[in-house]
Design a protein around this ligand. Structure first.
Ligand code: DGL
Length: 255
């Protein structure tokens, strides 16, 4: 038995991070918790997100047969609200978070006009505002709160996903490669990579969509206290505070 890596999100979105983690660290065991009974987090107030994040972290750190050796907060909203508190709750544990990939987007954008889709709670958080401020002389960030989109992805409601993606990208302005057009779009919620096909159809293949599964997976490898010995493939254990079957179906679809 090896100590697993704990991963959590409000729901199925963190599977986009788990997919990258599993590719980067194929011999590791993972326990993934979806807090689906309380999703979405993104339109709740920060106290609620803090309380849920602490609860799920406790489940992963204290209530598994073997305690986790690292914790990945695979949720931008929970990272923004709670990662500093989780780090003080578990000072010896490596804790890795996700934040909207503004810096990687800067490296890609030619027009210096970058769209950011994220939850309302992420965009309003002091952590995100500080990140945006620190880069504000290098590009214009057009930030769009996407109420309802994570929930539609959670429910696998394709018609609603397509309609919301069209509304929100439409509200952000013109996408393209000309000056003053948005040429790069940050997917600042871990649910949104599961809408990439719809977004690409809407915006065209030239608009670059940026998410951060791979950098988070690399960072996790860097901070792990020890790697699992090379072996047969590691295991993935799925747990949900809501409907377990929906999580299993989402994992089959996306992992
Ligand atoms: N997947 C999450 C994020 O990255 C949260 C979405 C939600 O629960 O609203 O922010």
């Amino acid at each position: 038995m090896k100590h697993p890596i704990g991963v959590f999100d409000s729901g199925v979105g963190g599977l986009s991070i788990l997919r990258a983690l599993h590719a980067e660290l194929p011999c590791e065991d993972f326990v993934y918790v979806a807090d689906s009974a309380h999703a979405p987090y993104g339109e709740r107030d920060p106290d609620f997100v803090v309380e849920r994040s602490r609860h799920i972290a406790r489940l992963l750190v204290e209530d598994q047969p073997l305690p986790v050796k690292a914790l990945v907060v695979a949720c931008n909203t929970a990272t923004a609200a709670a990662i500093h508190l989780l780090r003080s709750d578990y000072p010896g544990l490596p804790i890795i978070g996700v934040e909207p990939a503004l810096k990687p987007a800067l490296a890609l954008s030619q027009t210096r006009r970058i769209g950011v889709m994220a939850t309302r709670a992420t965009l309003n958080s002091p952590k995100f505002l500080a990140l945006q401020r620190s880069l504000s002389d290098r590009a214009i960030f057009v930030c769009q709160p996407c109420d309802g989109l994570a929930d539609a992805i959670e429910r696998h409601d394709t018609a609603k996903i397509v309609a919301l993606c069209a509304d929100y990208t439409g509200a952000m302005g013109v996408f393209g490669q000309q000056a003053h057009e948005i040429d790069t779009l940050v997917l600042g919620c871990t649910h949104y990579p599961f809408a990439v096909d719809h977004l690409t159809r809407l915006l065209g293949p030239a608009v670059q969509l940026v998410s951060n599964g791979t950098p988070v997976a690399r960072q996790t490898r860097r901070v792990l206290p020890h790697l699992a010995a090379p072996c047969l493939e590691g295991t993935v254990t799925l747990q949900s505070t809501g409907d377990h079957l929906s999580l299993v179906q989402a994992a089959k679809r996306w992992l």
